[in-house]
Design a protein around this ligand. Structure first.
Ligand SMILES: N[C@@H](CCC(=O)N[C@@H](CS)C(=O)NCC(=O)O)C(=O)O
Length: 256
């Protein structure tokens, strides 16, 4: 929750979700008061449907309306942002570039890093209970522990968590990292224009599972606790210009 004592906005999340981190980061950056309401997978659907959102998180419930998609949340928050902190440039061409990159990261990078992450983590019951349970009400954590085998099977089926899909996801991640590294090769400070934008924020959040940033806004295990095969991929990606860039964004822009 933010520093304010009487927030009027409610952010419904699954705490580990990198799409939720996208909304959380934008809210924190703009110092907008909110309460984060964390749920475990599947039970989150009770909260999202009751609030008028879709089946996915994040959902931001505000006095101005309910926003059930991370990009809609960023667009809404941008209407509240002062001119110096806009996430979308005023210039139409630059805005178009930001939106195109945000869409690429939302549709390709986010789903790929998620499949890759769960391929290694989903069978580790103890770790999954901690990852999903962080910040969730105790009764919900206890229920989750009981139904975990069902949730695990539903996640595996729903997201195609198989070796084949994880390999394809890793190829997609590498290709997007190459694209971003290529953009950064001219020495630019940010992906688009001369200020931090929704493209940067979205890239950093959705790349988080493959760079393991310590500033991430939800609980993550220590790097040394994750499988060696994951560590090796993360270490290699961290050495790329895109990986260094994602880490720099977390370091310099996440906690202001
Ligand atoms: N396009 C959506 C995607 C969000 C998304 O995929 N959320 C996942 C968590 S990372 C989710 O809610 N999954 C649970 C479900 O589909 O039931 C957004 O940008 O908000």
């Amino acid at each position: 929750m933010s520093a304010e004592t009487n927030p009027s906005s409610r952010l419904i999340t699954i705490s580990i979700s990198h799409f939720c981190e996208k909304a959380r980061w934008a809210l924190d950056r703009l110092a907008i008061p909110y309460i984060e309401e964390r749920h475990v997978p599947l039970i989150h659907r009770l909260a999202t449907s009751q609030s008028g959102g879709s089946t996915t998180v994040p959902v931001l419930v505000t006095e101005a309306g309910v926003f059930g998609d991370s990009t809609d949340i960023l667009n809404y928050l941008d209407t509240l942002a002062p001119a110096t902190q806009k996430l979308y440039p005023a210039d139409a061409q630059l805005r178009g570039e930001v939106e195109k990159l945000e869409d690429l990261f939302d549709t390709q990078l986010g789903p790929s890093t998620r499949v890759w992450f769960y391929f290694y983590m989903l069978d580790n019951r103890e770790m999954m209970l901690k990852l999903f349970g962080a910040g969730v009400e105790l009764v919900e954590q206890e229920l989750f522990a009981i139904v975990f085998p069902c949730v695990q099977a539903a996640m595996r089926r729903g997201m195609n968590i198989t070796a084949e899909f994880a390999t394809a996801a890793q190829d997609t991640i590498k290709s997007i990292f190459e694209t971003v590294s290529g953009m950064l090769a001219d020495g630019r400070t940010y992906l688009v224009g001369d200020s931090f934008s929704a493209a940067d924020l979205t890239f950093a959040c959705l790349a988080a599972p493959v760079v393991w940033a310590s500033e991430y806004g939800a609980w993550l295990p220590e790097f040394s606790e994750i499988p060696g095969e994951m560590q090796a991929v993360i270490e290699a990606l961290r050495e790329t210009p895109a990986g260094k860039y994602a880490l720099r964004l977390f370091r310099e822009e996440r906690r202001q």
